[in-house]
Every structure is written in structure tokens, then in C-alpha cells.
Design a protein around this ligand. Structure first.
Ligand SMILES: [Zn+2]
Length: 334
């Protein structure tokens, strides 16, 4: 509100010096009448706001103005030709480019690396969600990968770790549903930690292992501070194991849920009967909001993909966690 007033004042103060030139600008005759005023210099700037001044500098301002109105871009051919030829009059071509900004010939693929994760959505290459896989080769056609084979030694160590955590689980038979869906050595987890109910959710050992350590070493300690005396007694699961594509889409990459690597937390159950529901907390300044944000941030230490509520449209009411394997221990946490 204050700005308008300031502007008005500045304008009021300015009038004196600019009075004469102000009248002239609109008229095309001005140059003849008042060659002295540098007004022409000021005019060229508004039209071509682009940074490409080199072209305009070499030529008179008037010439630059004329070409800009032309909507016809030189496209690739014009831009490519001028470069090799040392002709001194290449300026017209560059002037046309400013409109498009960057030559269209440039590779738009730069986006691929990692733009913004869009959650589990993988259909479009640019989406981030359960981010694009480390495999750059498979872009469009998503060939269902084979079910991940558990390494005997790794599995043995993992199961021993679950025993140490006090996880209540049982091993079950291999799941293989085709289309890449399945788990080589699944386990059903009744309690990921003693007294923390997970409803018998099916997953790979390493997923349960990440869940257990996250809850024990980060989530419960955070709750001890946020709500002293409260204990987590369970997780209200969202999606656990499910043979589907990311975000339940009809096309795209297979979800980590279909491989036993993912677990969605819809809410934490507390010993007093309360639930802490996962939801967007961007504007939540409560202690409960602080707790969720702490738990979510801490999850990135245990999981390679963390998609918090609000990270995209597909994750409004749950926290997506998965242990997708990527090169270099790369992780995406949003
Ligand atoms: Zn999920």
C-alpha cells in the first residue's frame, strides 16, 4: 500500500526535468526536432529486454527496433549459418532469436537428471517422484525389471538385525505376480518394533529394517520431546505391498510397492489412543507439525525415497518411504 504513495511522490518530483522530453517521445518526428535528447537510447531497451545487447550495440537503435516486431524467428537454419560465416552483418538474425530466448536446438534433456520429484509418478521422464531410476537408458518403455533376488548373506544379516530390534515377523513364500511384481523372500511384519503394530504388512527384510531403525532411533526420540510420555504403538499403513505402477497410474514405471521396497505411513498411533495423521504441514506451527517434519526429515537417513505429504498431488495424506536402490546411495527426499 505504501509503494503507490512513494511512486506518486517520485513522479511528482520528477516532472520538472522531464517535462520537455515527455511530450516528444510519442511523436516519431522527435528525432528531427530534438536530436540532442538521448531518448532513442531509452526506447530500445523496453522492446528487447533480452540480455543480447551485442547486436543492438553495433547497430543504431532504430534498426534494432524494426526487426524485433517481426514475429518470424530465424529458427535453426539462420542461427547455424551466421556462425561460420564472418560476414559483418549477421546482426539481423540474432535480433530474431531474442524472442525465443534460447535456440530451440539446445537439448531440453537437461531436465532429466532431476527436476522436481513428482512423487511416484514416473510416466513423464521429468517427474521426480520415486524419481527417475538411475538407469538413463530406459526412458520411455518401462520394461518390468525382474524380482530382486536376495543375497543370502545380506538377508541373513538383515534377519538377524530384525531379531535384535525385536521385530515380530514371519517369513513367507516367494511372491511372483508377473509384470515385475513380487518379492523373493517376503516377510510379514506384525510388529516392526516391540509394541509397534504394523498389521502384518508384507515387505522385504530391508524395508522392515529401515522402518525399525527409523522408528527406534529418530521417530520415538522426536516424540519424546514433542509429546513427553507418549509412545508410538503402531503405524496406520497406507499402501504396503501392491502390484501396481507408480501412483496407481495405468502407464509408467512399476512402483516400489510392487517390489516390497515401500511402505506408506498414513498415521502414527499413540498409546493414549490418539493418532498423528500425516498431512501437509507447511503452515503448521504446532508441536505436532514439528514432530511430523522432524520424523519426515529423519527418514531420509534410512530410506532412499521419502515423499512427504504435500510433496505432490499423489501424496497428500501419507508419507511414502522406500528403499529403492540407486547408484551412489543417491536419495530423493521431499
Ligand atoms: Zn507409496
Amino acid at each position: 500500500m505504501t509503494k503507490p504513495v512513494e511512486q506518486a511522490q517520485s513522479q511528482a518530483a520528477a516532472p520538472p526535468p522531464e517535462v520537455a522530453p515527455a511530450a516528444n517521445p510519442p511523436a516519431a518526428n522527435s528525432p528531427a526536432d530534438n536530436p540532442a535528447p538521448a531518448t532513442p537510447v531509452a526506447e530500445p531497451q523496453p522492446n528487447p529486454p533480452t540480455v543480447e545487447q551485442p547486436g543492438t550495440a553495433s547497430e543504431p537503435p532504430h534498426a534494432a527496433e524494426v526487426p524485433t516486431p517481426l514475429p518470424k524467428p530465424a529458427e535453426d537454419t539462420s542461427s547455424a549459418a551466421p556462425a561460420p560465416v564472418p560476414t559483418p552483418v549477421p546482426t539481423p538474425a540474432p535480433a530474431a532469436n531474442p524472442d525465443s530466448g534460447k535456440p530451440e536446438a539446445t537439448k531440453p534433456e537437461a531436465d532429466k537428471p532431476a527436476v522436481a520429484p513428482a512423487g511416484e509418478p514416473a510416466p513423464p521422464a521429468a517427474s521426480q517422484g520415486e524419481p527417475a531410476k538411475e538407469e538413463p537408458k530406459a526412458e520411455t518403455p518401462p520394461p518390468p525389471p525382474p524380482i530382486a533376488k536376495e543375497e543370502p548373506e545380506e538377508l541373513k544379516a538383515c534377519l538377524a538385525d530384525l531379531a535384535a530390534l525385536g521385530t515380530q515377523f514371519k517369513t513367507t513364500n516367494k511372491i511372483e505376480e508377473g509384470e515385475g511384481c513380487g518379492i523373493d523372500q517376503p516377510i510379514n511384519v506384525a510388529e516392526v518394533l516391540p509394541g509397534v503394530d504394523t498389521g502384518g504388512a508384507t515387505m522385504r527384510c530391508k524395508t522392515a529394517q529401515a522402518l525399525g531403525h527409523w522408528l527406534k532411533d529418530t521417530v520415538q526420540p522426536a516424540l519424546n520431546i514433542a509429546m513427553p510420555g507418549r509412545k508410538i504403538t503402531g503405524l496406520v499403513p497406507g499402501s504396503t505391498y501392491a502390484c501396481r505402477l507408480r501412483n496407481n497410474a495405468s502407464t509408467g514405471r512399476i512402483s516400489e510397492h510392487a517390489r516390497g521396497n515401500a511402505f506408506d505411513v498414513a498415521a502414527f498411533k499413540l498409546d493414549n489412543g490418539d493418532k498423528i495423521e500425516m498431512k501437509p504441514r507447511g503452515d503448521d506451527h504446532t508441536m505436532e507439525g514439528a514432530f511430523q517434519k522432524t520424523a519426515t526429515a529423519g527418514a531420509c537417513l534410512y530410506f532412499t525415497t521419502v515423499l512427504a505429504p504435500g510433496s505432490d498431488a499423489a501424496h497428500e495424506d501419507h508419507l511414502h518411504l522406500d528403499t529403492m536402490e540407486r547408484n551412489g546411495d543417491y536419495r530423493i527426499c521431499e
